[in-house]
Design a protein around this ligand. Sequence first.
Ligand SMILES: [Zn+2]
Length: 268
Amino acid sequence: MKSTRSLSRASQFLKSIFILASFLFSIQTAHADLNLDRLSDEDIKRAENLIATLAPLIKERDAKENLATLTFPELYAPLNQEDQEFLRSFQNLDAAEAGIKIPYRGIATGQEDLAVIKGQKIKMEGKEQDLPPQFLPNDVYEKYLRMMEEMQKDLGKQLYIESGYRSSAYQLYLFIFYLKNHDYSIRETARYVTLPGYSEHGAPKHQAIDFINIDGISGETNPADFENLDEYKWLLQNAEKFGFVLSYPKNDARLTFEPWHWRCDASD
Ligand SMILES: [Zn+2]
């Protein structure tokens, strides 16, 4: 009798431990199991809601022209706890599982010492247009300037910076923002927008520049148009001397060809 009672007490104790453990586990993994092929309907609503909640912050930073240096604390600040956990589940995604094959480059905090590049002008259909301010690590900007001086001498024209540095927090926002363009598939989105830590735009030691030419030909236009530019052919011949390499070359089955995207690796 006595032994039966203590046995049932022990089993009740084990049962409550089990309930507690599964409760704690469920908190930890509340949103950890994002469906990589397509978000659940519930998670799609969460993602839409997240983007809507962040819209005023993004708009404000965009108007101040410092969206590219957004920090993680600034990105999380407008969110309630549930949205923060949801956002964190994207931040903690396993990149390899999501199909990302490019190397990890590290986290860009948004607080690095950066050159601010203003006053770049191009001509779209003959009409002069200002490019929005861009950010680059100082040494990369200096190398870019030296390279453009040489291109100007050789070709009588140069390339401009369409996209330079962006922080990992902004990269995380962009990833979630662009899910809607890829039917809320994480794997599909990751083919076009990478996860924080994997972008060469947020990697001061491996900083990439997306170039645009004077006529507005860039990664936003047809890739073949950029490929046909004399400026691109000049880069193929000369960029290496200035420390720049083409990250995503043509005819690499694993990568999407990006003739406008050139990387500058730190020499140390
Ligand atoms: Zn790029």
